[in-house]
Structures are given as C-alpha cells and as structure tokens.
Design a protein around this ligand. Structure first.
Ligand SMILES: [Ca+2]
Length: 162
C-alpha cells in the first residue's frame, strides 16, 4: 500500500484542500477532500502504479492550468515503464470531480510548465520517432477547454536531451 498526497486550492482560491492517490486491491483511486463535501470525491485512475520520472515520484500535481486561481489535478499513473503512462486531468466543479479530457493522455515523459500569464501547460512526450526526437503533445487551456495539439518530432523530451 502506498499513496501520494498534495494540498491545493481546488474549490476556491486560498483554500487548503487535500488530494491523495491510494492503491488498493482494485487499482488506483484518486480522492479529493473538497471543502463542503462530507465524503471525499473519488474516481478510479488507469494503470497500477504512480508514475516516476528520473527516479523521482512524479505522479500527483496540483497546478492552475487555466489561470482562474484554483488548482486543477494532474494524476500521472502507469502500467509499467515500457508501456508508458497516463496523465488524467480533473477539476473540482460545483462539488464534483470532472475530467478535463475525454480520456487520459498517454505519454512516456511529462513536463508541466508555468506560463508568464499564470496558466500552466502540460507537455506529453511519446516514444522516440528517431534517435533525436519523440512525438510531443502540448495541452493548454484554450477557449474554456483543455486542448492538446501535436508537435511532430521537433522536440526532445527532458530525459532524451540530457
Ligand atoms: Ca484553475
């Protein structure tokens, strides 16, 4: 049994709300202790493990993707190192946990970047397409929605460029 925890402002700015990922017999569970909810909000996550990157845990992130002052939840989970991982993105909306993408985003390396306007974007690197590059999808807030766009073979992942 293991878990990851983080705190952030999910329902309203300046709140300290706790988020955790638990592993149980059924798999991985995301639980959110939102302000005003008697029971934790929860949902199953894909995969069997919390993701790690460069030998460090890199599974649970609370960042403000859209710059509205409250944090969104990025949970990165994996089936195994060679299969890659899934980034699942949620926000807390009117006391409910809402997925921000139709399905979890696949990738082999992930990077979360803060932008100068206070928003964040999520970069998801795929498998290598040749010895110098990999596929890359960049997810950022656009017109009220988290949208991904593919950037073909133009950038190396942080690990690959080391
Ligand atoms: Ca936000």
């Amino acid at each position: 049994m293991y878990h990851a925890t983080a705190t952030g402002s999910l329902s309203e700015p300046a709140l300290e709300e706790k988020v955790e990922i638990l592993k149980n017999d059924d798999g991985l569970l995301l639980r959110v202790f939102a302000e005003g909810s008697a029971e934790p909000l929860q949902t199953a996550l894909p995969g069997s493990y919390l993701y790690g990157q460069d030998f460090k845990p890199f599974g649970l992130h609370l960042v403000d993707l859209n710059g509205d002052g409250t944090d969104e939840i990025i949970a990165i989970t994996a089936e195994g190192a060679s299969v890659g991982a899934y980034a699942s993105v949620f926000d807390v909306d009117s006391g409910a946990l809402k997925a921000l993408t139709d399905q979890p985003i696949g990738g082999h390396q992930f990077e979360i970047q803060r932008q100068s306007d206070g928003t964040h974007r999520l970069k998801c690197y795929g498998k290598w397409t040749d010895e110098h590059s990999s596929t890359l999808e960049v997810y950022e807030w656009d017109s009220g929605k988290l949208r991904g766009r593919a950037i073909e073979g133009s950038e190396k992942s942080p690990r690959q460029s080391r």
